[in-house]
Design a protein. Structure first.
Length: 455
């Protein structure tokens, strides 16, 4: 690792030592159902839908590596990973690992905790993981492709991986704000500076309809929380990598892209992206004109098979109380699905659990009559139901088909002249003066804030 790389890792480490992520209170009850798609058996099910058995379904004690675990994911995953699975959590931040460990103290799984830098070639990794999760981590590395290569080489043939990488195009406004804060000399490690940043953003939201539109969804989840606020607007490292480059890198290394999780229903004019991976071109076009603004949540598999137990083991056995829990809220938060009746919701939930458990169950063809076709399509796009849950070919085909012929491009309100607002100007001038910044820097700050308003 060269010095620039090390320096990047050190800055990232400092950030996550000061601000563990996502830093939910240790005592807050979590809806672990919502993590239904984050685990090794969900990824293995995606492979099974293609007629292949993943090592997570074949081995008695598969290893699951959480690469860049943060302080919550190992705990949440432990509700989904069968007890026989070993969970290896690696994170560069000792504080994240300490918190994740404390949270998981009463969970039954075998956990292995490690504070370490994924970019350090000497970092010991678990041997032959059957599944790797690296959610929101790769774009914070100095050399993501080298780390991906190492993870790939370490994984079992046929092993699965879930990654989330930023949608770089959709985040261009955030990068302009980050740059404006950096120009002003604001630091993530100074409370006053964070307050200044927050004040500027609030004023921008009041003034600029386009920024207001972008910031509204962040109000509760990010603005009220320093760790997530820093993660968004003060990150020590955010590599700017487009989707084509990511997909080419995965393929070059030897991964096959299995599915893309379309959380915000932005790809309805494409075939079901969770089952048929969209082309790089189709994603790039949609990111460019902002039809697709979510980050890329991608399921991969390492090419190849292991010969052991090719028919698979019975995989998971969820405790009975799992079936009494409400199904994931997310499933029924879409316009197409929110009218599904409560008994049907539970039926779908129990079907989902049975499917991941590898149980042979009655097909859902009969229930499908009571569910709107678009609702079935939506549920399939978010992995609540799978083609293998149906017998009729037309139902299986329905799950693959696009929902809409085309998706409209979002519109953004026109930018406004921010410099004309005396309150904002005065606020920024005062901060700049206290930081000893020049007039020229002030102009650059306003240029960045103007740019942040553009689509
Ligand atoms: C945005 S957080 C995501 C955490 C977790 N994956 C989640 O989804 O909640 C990024 C995580 O990657 C970790 N990280 C960043 N660079 C790393 C590195 N070089 N080695 C190991 N962990 C790293 C950070 O400490 C942080 O916990």
């Amino acid at each position: 690792m060269d010095n620039t790389g090390l320096e990047i890792n050190n800055r990232v480490k400092l950030q996550y030592e000061a601000y563990p992520y996502p830093d939910y209170s240790l005592f807050i009850p979590l809806r672990t159902q919502e993590a239904y798609a984050s685990n090794s058996i969900f990824s293995a099910q995606l492979l099974k839908e293609r007629g292949r058995i993943a090592p997570a379904f074949q081995l008695k004690n598969p290893r699951v590596l959480v690469a860049g675990s943060g302080d919550i994911l190992p705990f949440v995953l432990s509700f989904w990973e069968p007890r026989s699975h070993h969970i290896y959590a690696v994170d560069i931040s000792a504080k994240n690992i300490r918190r994740a460990r404390m949270r998981s103290i009463f969970r039954p799984q075998a956990f292995h905790w490690q504070v370490g830098n994924l970019e350090d070639q000497a970092l010991p990794l678990p041997e032959s993981p059957a599944h790797v999760d690296s959610y929101g981590v790769l774009h914070h590395l100095a050399n993501p492709s080298q780390v991906l290569q190492r993870l790939h080489d370490q994984m079992m043939p046929g092993a699965t991986m879930r990654v989330m990488v930023y949608n770089s195009e959709a985040r261009s406004w955030i990068r302009h704000i980050q740059k404006a804060f950096a120009l002003l000399g604001l630091s993530a490690f100074d409370r006053n500076d964070l307050d200044h940043g927050l004040k500027i953003l609030k004023r921008l939201g009041e003034l600029s309809p386009s920024l207001q539109q972008r910031m509204t969804p962040m109000r509760t989840s990010i603005f009220n929380h320093s760790a997530r606020f820093v993660d968004t607007f003060f990150h020590a490292r955010e590599a700017r990598i487009g989707i084509t480059h990511w997909l080419e890198t995965f393929a070059r290394i030897g991964f096959e892209s299995l599915g893309l999780f379309d959380r915000y229903a932005e790809l309805d004019d494409l075939k079901n992206p969770l089952l048929i991976f969209p082309t790089a071109k189709s994603l790039e076009l949609r990111a460019k004109d902002r039809r697709f603004e979510n980050n890329y949540e991608i399921y991969l598999t390492k090419k190849g098979n292991i010969s052991e137990n090719p028919r698979g083991h019975p995989s998971a056995r969820f405790p009975n109380r799992f079936r009494l829990k409400m199904p994931p809220k997310a499933w029924f938060s879409y316009t197409e699905t929110n009218s599904v009746s409560i008994p049907l919701r539970f039926k779908l939930w129990h079907n989902f659990l049975g499917t991941l458990e590898g149980k042979i169950q009655r097909s859902l063809d009969r229930e499908a009559i009571a569910i709107k076709p678009e609702a079935l399509q939506r549920l399939s796009r978010i992995g609540a139901i799978f083609p293998s849950n149906f017998e009729a070919k037309d139902l299986k085909d329905l799950l693959i088909r696009p929902i809409h012929q085309m998706m409209d491009q979002p519109t953004f309100p026109d930018p406004i002249d921010l410099k004309k607002d005396l309150e904002l100007k005065h606020m920024i001038e005062l901060i700049a003066r206290s930081k000893g910044q020049s007039e020229e820097i002030l102009n650059q700050v306003f240029r960045r804030l103007d740019a942040a308003q553009k689509p």
